[in-house]
Design a protein around this ligand. Structure first.
Ligand code: PBG
Length: 312
């Protein structure tokens, strides 16, 4: 039985992955504060992103998986929003804070196929399922011959599309597969230097109302400082690039003690042009590292190069 006045109410999407993430947060919060898991309510909230099959880039991008949860948070219907950090837009809604990131799972993307053991083994012209412009560009760079077909929906839906033969291969975040207990579905791990993950991939972020100290204090023990630094840097890089272009972006953080090395890449949609750079510094400067890298990438690509994609 859920108590009439729960210790906290956490809000999540209803996909199996989102629910698994919400349950993890529920467990960690109950352990951190010595309360029964049942005293932490999980409220399932449907988001616009759950209600459409169109490609994210076509319908306004990231905020779609978080907007309704953010609103429930601001309305006081929930107290803590649980998000996949990579789905959270860089500009947070007014009144919302994202102070905590749980320890990052595997940051890489995996290659999945029921017929071949790696992307190099796909037959000429094979269909590759993805609706991510980043993944499509990275795949086209390696294999310009492949045909990219849309693959929207949650992880289960995409695994089913693969099983149904809609495409011969796809790519998914290892983190999501692992959290679903589906890690064995990965056919091969993709080299993260070649297939740079999405900024903030693999990390769960917790949102609270700005200035709501009670819930900020409640979630604080769940924060993982190295993950926080990496995500801060990656999101700062993305914030610089977001406004200026609709182009695929990858990021890769490496932490070595109190040093953070951030690599980033922007690609053309066809993957044939790419700009890569790297900035390093103290973890305490994570935000500045990300901003600096974003600016370096913008400078390298040039506004004219970026402008060509804005109309696509
Ligand atoms: N875009 C959907 C999404 N959002 C977060 C993850 C995976 C889990 C994570 O990155 O934390 C996924 C699925 C995927 O990209 O394979």
């Amino acid at each position: 039985m859920q108590s009439p006045t729960p210790f906290a109410r956490i809000g999540t999407r209803g996909s199996l992955l989102a629910l698994a993430q919400a349950r993890l947060v529920q467990t960690l919060l109950s352990q951190a504060h010595g309360v029964a898991p049942d005293d932490i309510a999980i409220e399932v909230i449907s988001t616009s992103g759950d209600q459409t099959e169109r490609a994210l880039a076509d319908i306004g991008g990231k905020g779609l998986f978080t907007k309704e949860i953010d609103q429930a948070l601001l309305d006081g219907v929930i107290d803590i929003g649980v998000h996949s950090s990579k789905d959270v837009a860089t500009g947070l809604p007014a009144g919302m804070a994202l102070p905590v990131f749980l320890e990052r799972e595997d940051v890489r993307d995996a290659f999945l196929s029921l017929s071949v053991r790696g992307i190099d083994y796909l037959p000429d012209g094979a269909k590759f399922g993805t609706s991510s412009i980043r993944r499509a560009a990275q795949v086209r760079r390696q294999r310009p011959d492949l045909r990219i077909v849309p693959f929207r929906g949650n992880v289960q839906t995409r695994l089913q599309k693969l099983a149904d033969g809609v495409a011969e291969a796809t790519m998914l975040a290892v983190a999501g597969l692992n959290r679903l207990g589906e890690g064995h579905r990965a056919t091969a791990m993709l080299d993260p230097e070649l297939f740079m993950p999405a900024p903030a991939q693999g990390a769960i972020g917790l949102a609270v109302r700005q200035g709501d100290d009670r819930f900020a204090n409640l979630v604080a023990p769940l924060n993982h400082a190295p993950t926080h630094a990496a995500i801060t840097a990656e999101r700062a890089m993305l914030a610089v690039l977001d406004g200026s272009c609709r182009t695929p972006v990858g990021a890769l953080s490496q932490l070595d003690g109190d040093r953070l090395v951030l690599k980033g890449e922007i690609l053309s949609l066809d993957g044939q042009t790419a700009f890569t750079d790297m900035v390093s510094g103290a973890v305490g400067e994570a935000s500045d590292i990300g901003t600096a890298l974003g600016r370096k990438l913008l400078d390298k690509a040039g506004t004219q190069w970026l402008a060509q994609w804005a109309q696509v």
